[in-house]
Design a protein around this ligand. Sequence first.
Ligand SMILES: Nc1ncnc2c1ncn2[C@@H]1O[C@H](COP(=O)(O)OP(=O)(O)O)[C@@H](O)[C@H]1O
Ligand SMILES: [Mg+2]
Length: 230
Amino acid sequence: MLLKVENINVAYGHAQVLHGVSLEIDRGEMVFVVGRNGAGKTTLMRTIAGFMTPTQGAITLDSEPVNGTPPEKMAQKGVRYVFQDKRVFAKLTVRENIQLAAYPTGEPLSEAIDKVVGIYPKITRFMDKPAGGLSGGQRQLLLLGRALVGSPRLLLIDEPTEGLAAGIIEEVFKVLDRIKGTVSMVIVEQNLPVVCRLADRVYAMKEGGIPAHLTTAAEIQDQALLEQYL
Ligand SMILES: Nc1ncnc2c1ncn2[C@@H]1O[C@H](COP(=O)(O)OP(=O)(O)O)[C@@H](O)[C@H]1O
Ligand SMILES: [Mg+2]
């Protein structure tokens, strides 16, 4: 297993949000986490990325315990978190946004740009424009391309299609489909058709726990089954 999350509790101050959550992901797998707003999905992603430390339980990456490892160290270990808010450095150009991602990984800028363009060819024409001028969908595609810079081992992608127009959702879907198998991914998503078409496995989250883990194609493609958790 690449990542093992075992029975973790996570709290904001005295408010416990995750209760005994376990999840694992193997190399090359694409695993989805579904659940309503407030279920604790982002908290789980933030914890794996190192922004929060569990009060109980263990997280291991390639058999190495990583509880309490800060986010910049987790990034060095190849864990990339694509935030839910689709935030970019708005005043910097698209190129500079890519440069900031490339620098800490040591990947040459030209290779990093090739990766982003490979994901989203139309980004070329915005390369020297402020990233703040991109639409939500264009930002998401920039962020997905940027997450591939360096040699990530694990991508954590938080609600990649949230708030996007239908046409660009299809484009995000195609990108996820194209990179499927090349890197391990945990994706939070409430767009069930996207989940049904892409997932290797699905964890359903509710009230800070994981009441269901769907592993067969028949379960994963059963949208009505997934809907129970939204
Ligand atoms: N910074 C925070 N401080 C306190 N409580 C928070 C904070 N962020 C989220 N929560 C609470 O934790 C719970 C889970 O939130 P979150 O992980 O964002 O859920 P989801 O991503 O599934 O919508 C919610 O009840 C939310 O109000
Ligand atoms: Mg969230």
